[in-house]
Design a protein around this ligand. Structure first.
Ligand SMILES: [Fe+2]
Length: 277
């Protein structure tokens, strides 16, 4: 059973509005829909009628059909097939009540392993690594937010391995061996080559990590939506359209929240991008 989408219609409206620097009032003025109704939609208290979704989509440069499918819970991405180039364990963990995903990856040839993001749940990672008889040799951080980099101190003590992050990020606490990566760097985990893909916008130094046909994309893109543009909305949009979407359609995307998807699924079904890429 795939996890539910990270973003509902209300989140998508808010993020699309953010891209235009519009307040809810601006959106009301652009669409003729009442401010009260828009606020209720953004609080998940009201699903707009199909005609209203069309008006909202047009005003916000979203794809109406894709937005309707998400509003009616009629779409979720087909779960991607396993990538034979890596062994992947996805941990569904929580920071408080907020679900987060982090990953243990293993080279099928050598057994060497690494952690991708901490999920603020070092104990869960340590436990899983123990069960699988793994001692991760690297911690790959997509960005420094606490739900992705929290608990680094415990992981550092358990695994005594370097942690990697882009230099533009805030420095997460807890690693005794924090190293910086930049776009195009290639790290090794056993025989697996891990390419660093600079995907800022959610944060100033957000990166994705690509192994073969699999990308760990942090909070850059979610199935059916995009991350919150804390650093730059156009920058985030470019990171998705000009970096992630340049990989083949079958490329798997493993985000920090919500289900795994593929480049092709997002090009066809994501209301921000359908019809534009
Ligand atoms: Fe984040």
């Amino acid at each position: 059973m795939p996890s539910p989408l990270e973003d509902e219609l209300g989140d998508i409206l808010e993020k699309a509005r953010d891209g235009k620097n519009w307040s809810p009032k601006d959106l009301a003025a652009a669409t003729g829909i009442s401010l009260h109704a828009i606020q209720k939609m953004e609080r998940y208290e009201q699903v707009p009628a199909d005609a209203e979704i069309g008006v909202l989509a047009k005003a916000l440069d979203l794809d109406a059909a894709a937005l309707r499918a998400i509003a009616h819970e009629a779409w979720s991405p087909a779960p991607p097939q396993d990538d034979p180039a890596l062994d992947l364990i996805c941990l569904n963990v929580y920071m408080g009540l907020y679900p987060v995903k982090c990953y243990l990856i293993r080279c099928p040839e050598t057994g060497e392993s690494a952690v991708v993001d901490t999920g603020a749940s070092p104990d869960a990672i340590i436990q899983k690594a123990k069960e699988q008889k793994l001692k991760p040799a690297k911690i790959l951080l997509t960005h420094a937010h606490p739900d992705h980099a929290g608990g680094l101190d415990k992981l550092d003590r358990a695994f005594a391995c370097p942690a990697f992050i882009h230099e533009n990020e805030l420095r997460p606490r807890g690693s005794r061996d924090l190293r910086f990566v930049e776009d195009g760097d290639v790290l090794e985990v056993g025989n697996m080559k891990v390419e660093v893909v600079f995907t800022p916008g959610h944060t100033a130094g957000g990166v994705s990590y690509r192994i073969h046909d699999t990308i760990f994309s942090g909070d850059c893109i979610f199935a059916g939506s995009m991350g919150r543009a804390n650093s730059s909305w156009p920058g985030l949009y470019r990171s998705i359209t000009q970096r992630l979407f340049t990989y083949p359609d079958a490329t798997r995307l493993h985000p920090g929240h919500g289900p795994a998807t593929t480049v092709g699924e997002e090009k066809r079904h994501n209301p921000f991008f359908r019809g534009k890429v």
